[in-house]
Design a protein. Structure first.
Length: 283
């Protein structure tokens, strides 16, 4: 199949860059154990491989910055990034959002950040967080840092001064587990990842209390390097838009992908301004 695609590309005069593309590498953000993520992504990778006529391989970096750096250095062609890590990434690498996923469970292309506590913590509101230990996910995490921090500020809470101690756990699952095991008093996580952790038995719903929810956040985009050949981009987007009814990462069964673009994430840039964040200096 790939040979026929390659011949067609050459006959259409698309140039050597597409002809030299022998595989596609897709980066995933570390929302849970990397081996589990790779295993769960296999149906998706297989679908894309069949549509594109070339091997499609997943790659899970240690953190958000690892995915962005791999895109910048051209070790990745496509990546699944958090909304804020995408906006941050556009200041460091030539990348562009092109698709956004909708799952059957969510039925939407947005999600929310939630602040959770253990039922035994005695914490009932944002004000009760003063002096407590708190876990964010990653400095570049939209639902695990950016939006909850802005929400706390809007509620009159100073996250830089009012907590007793703050940690970055590295993943949403780790934060939820830390709350359940009473290693921290509270944490900020994505609602859909919390739901997945509960459904898998990683944490118990009866042990978790939600004390705050954010406004809707645009769902995590799938992005590509801008320097990929235009014809290959068209084929990649078409391949993504054809995929549906398979498990997708930690989000459940996929309804399908929808086209998106960079402008859809301006709300993230606006929230960064509220926090006085200089995206160009962040890493």
């Amino acid at each position: 199949m790939f040979r026929s695609l390659l011949l067609a590309a050459l006959l259409m005069g698309v140039g050597p860059s597409y002809a030299q593309q022998t595989e596609l590498t897709i980066g995933l953000i570390p929302s849970e154990d990397s081996r589990a993520m790779i295993a769960q992504s296999k149906p998706m990778m297989d679908k894309l491989s069949a549509a594109l006529g070339m091997p499609v391989k997943p790659f899970v970096a240690a953190d958000y910055n690892g995915v962005i750096e791999a895109l910048r250095s051209k070790r990745l062609d496509v990546a699944y990034l958090g909304p804020f890590s995408y906006v941050l990434g556009t200041t460091q690498a030539p990348i562009e959002a092109f698709a956004v996923a909708e799952t059957k469970k969510a039925g939407r292309t947005s999600y929310q950040s939630v602040i959770i506590t253990n039922k035994d913590s005695g914490i009932k509101s944002v004000a009760d967080l003063k002096g407590k230990t708190f876990a964010f996910v990653d400095p570049s995490s939209t639902s695990g840092h950016l939006f909850p921090k802005a929400g706390l500020i809007k509620a009159g809470f100073n996250p830089d001064k009012d907590f007793g101690r703050v940690i970055f756990s590295g993943s949403h699952d780790s934060s939820a587990i830390a709350v359940q095991n009473k290693k921290v008093d509270a944490a900020a996580v994505a609602d859909r990842i919390l739901d997945a952790a509960i459904s898998k038995g990683i944490v118990k719903q009866e042990d978790i209390v939600i004390i705050w929810k954010s406004d809707p956040i645009p769902e995590s985009p799938t992005v590509w390097r801008k320097d990929l050949p235009p014809d290959l981009k068209k084929r990649i987007q078409a391949a993504f838009l054809e995929v549906k009814d398979i498990p997708w990462s930690d989000q459940g069964t996929l309804n399908g992908f929808h086209p998106t673009n960079d402008a859809a994430y301006n709300i993230i840039r606006e929230t960064a301004k509220i926090l006085n964040l200089d995206l160009k200096t962040m890493k």
